[in-house]
Design a protein around this ligand. Sequence first.
Ligand code: FAD
Length: 455
Amino acid sequence: MGDPEVAAVVVGAGVAGLAAAIELQRETSEVLVIDASDRPGGALRTDHIAGYVIERGANTFQVKAPMLELFRRVKLEASLVRAQPEGRSRFIFRDGRLQPVPTSPLAFLRTPLLSARGKARLLAEPFIWRGDGSGESVAEFAGRRLGAEVVRHLIGPFLTGVYAGDETQLGAAAVFGGPVALERRYGSIALGGVLGWRPGRRRGLRGSYSTADGLGPLARKLAARLAEPPALRSRVTEIRLDGRHWQISISGPAGDRQFRARRVVLATPAYETATILAGVAGDAASALADIVYAPIVGIPIAVDPRAVRSRIAGFGFLVARDAGIRLLGALFMSRLFPNRAPEGRELIQCMLGGMGWRDAVDLPDDVVLRELHADLDRILGLRSEPRTLAITRWRQAIPQPDRDHVRRIASIREALAKLPGIALAGGYLDGIGVASALASGVRAARELMRERSPA
Ligand SMILES: Cc1cc2nc3c(=O)[nH]c(=O)nc-3n(C[C@H](O)[C@H](O)[C@H](O)COP(=O)(O)OP(=O)(O)OC[C@H]3O[C@@H](n4cnc5c(N)ncnc54)[C@H](O)[C@@H]3O)c2cc1C
């Protein structure tokens, strides 16, 4: 007897894989989702510890159009909980204090985060000669258009907080695709923002989101929309093409198995996708293996606000490069969403490591905690030691799209388009956030559904 056959296999039950499978189900109920872990969700993972709801991976997400459409279709829109309005205030730690991140033109003019010269340079943006951001780093592109101070004091901290990365290595076209395109089209980001603005264009939702009980439960709800539950603890080791069928090799609790499918979505991180593809698309596999990931150590802490000198309010804080702080940033989760901490306590999600402190994931707990407490003391002023709720080490947490990223991804997609019935999804392709990962899953499924396979 031959290997069992299904219409489609999705490898990876992170948000990208779950979205791809839900989308594929519009055409067939025979979709098998396979994941190496013991639960669906990948980097969406929530635990309840001592009355606190803690996130191990992603903390909040944006709701872009593909996510909103998918959630509406599978009746999950009502699960979305928007962050409290106070979450609109964000801070940067610089010159020994937390300073508000300017969000309006007036706030930019008033902020002490930039000198008068830095502000004048920023205002000169529409008069700066047009360049080509497509091969530049973020630091080169933004430095050229907005000035070195904006890069150092605003963009640098932002990229450290979001990408755990370094603006001199991250690629402008991948990270700031919108502004790079505005410069190309209008010669200026500011001018392009005004001239290119169309009312009613936004089709996603404003703000940051979670669900009432965190992101892990959201992944479980998505998985519950599948006709068949994901096969867990099952690692795909390789895939091979046999005529127009893919042969998928899995090693799991029941030993080694093989499946056949006409359609495959690989929704695994780039380095895993590289291994799976090595035998069938060598060049694409080595391009995938070149994508670097930043490590992260996530440490949620419980705080009695009376034991902290600063007021805990707003979304959280980022850290200026010259502040001498190792912490990448922190989110005030209990200020953003209800029921994250017991009454009278605050939950602060701290992130350490990143490209600037890659060893952090390999250091013992006490060493990392000592650094964290010293940093928190400088930033918030601790009257007593906060309580550590968990320590989660992600060796390969956040992809770092470099100057070549856009070109690299295009060439990988081009190579795979030559093979029948296979597509990639994941947070390393077109954007590192949950919303982009989900959108990549929808896109992969649609690519396969569009492809016409002969009967
Ligand atoms: C610490 C951290 C904090 C973050 N914070 C945020 C945030 O606040 N907001 C935001 O928008 N984004 C955040 N992100 C990014 C976001 O979580 C990811 O972009 C998104 O969840 C990626 O989804 P994915 O499905 O592409 O990959 P993943 O979630 O990594 O899922 C991949 C899945 O593939 C499985 N897998 C791997 N190899 C195999 C194999 N060989 N066979 C079978 N299965 C396999 C894994 O078990 C996993 O379940 C954060 C990420 C991390 C790590």
